[in-house]
Design a protein around this ligand. Structure first.
Ligand code: ADP
Length: 245
């Protein structure tokens, strides 16, 4: 058992008597990349909402880096180094790639910092390195509004990285991407994990295979199966409730 990773134990969330999460338990090690799959209504979004403090569990433990998240509100949890990327990209179309990353670096420090903070060489180097990492170095001066859907998703991941999260939660990143962009996204997320934990909720099983990581299958708010994609795809319970539908 780790005290530093994400530790979810026995979490139940009820909406009007309906159990969206039912005794959910999950352990994600520091630096681990984890995919979470499951049919619609399985509880994937509710799980992400519980980790980020948007939804408070009725019962159970949610710990990250040895902090009890169930005692904290959303804003406090965000300061613990937990970043969340929603399905739809939210980048500033009228700013360049570089400016979006610069804003992501400065914005958490407030509006005055945004206006007055002259980037140091170190900060500039971080932005440069992030542009390389997300594959957009050649597009640095282009407006985000001119990027493809996939590139905008990478830019938003880069913006989250500027805040140096220890845990990154990513919701269906490849929906609407081309096959090539999907492959590149898998490589990007594999590269991001290692120095931080990454949890990816996804429907696209080819993409999950390309992530090459441990997979958790949710069903009716609990973990149905866990292991490699090959293992869970061969699990008769998974075939029955999910893949065989
Ligand atoms: P998934 O993301 O796996 O599709 P969700 O976590 O969105 O699943 O939903 C799990 C279940 O909880 C679904 O049956 C959904 O209808 C229900 N649910 C989610 N949020 C609410 C809410 N705010 N009020 C009532 N029911 C909800």
């Amino acid at each position: 058992m780790t005290s530093q990773g994400l530790y979810v134990d026995g979490v139940t969330v009820t909406f009007d008597g309906f159990r969206a999460l039912n005794n959910l338990s999950l352990l994600v090690e520091p630096g681990e990349l984890r995919a979470v799959i499951g049919p619609n209504g399985a509880g994937k979004t509710t799980m992400m909402d519980v980790i980020t403090g948007k939804t408070r569990p009725d019962t159970g433990i949610v710990r990250f880096a040895a902090r009890d998240l169930t005692k904290l509100d959303e804003a406090a949890i965000a300061t613990l180094g937990i970043g969340r990327k929603f399905q739809k990209p939210t980048v500033f179309d009228a700013l360049t790639v570089f400016e979006n990353l610069e804003l992501a670096l400065k914005a958490p420090r407030g509006p005055i910092a945004c206006l007055r903070w002259v980037l140091s060489g170190v900060a500039r180097a971080r932005i440069e390195a992030t542009m390389e990492q997300i594959g957009l170095a050649a597009r640095r001066e282009d407006l985000a509004g001119l990027l493809s859907h996939g590139q905008r998703q990478w830019l938003e991941i880069g913006m989250l990285l500027m805040q140096e999260p220890e845990l990154l939660l990513v919701d269906e990143p490849v929906a609407g991407m081309t096959d090539h962009e999907t492959e590149q996204t898998a490589a990007l997320l594999r590269g991001i994990a290692g120095t931080r934990s990454v949890v990816v909720v996804e429907h696209d099983l080819e993409f999950v295979r390309a992530l090459d990581c441990r997979v958790t299958v949710l069903h009716e708010g609990s973990v149905l199966s866990e292991g490699s994609i090959t293992h869970v795809q061969a699990d008769p319970r998974v075939i029955e409730v999910y893949l065989g539908r």
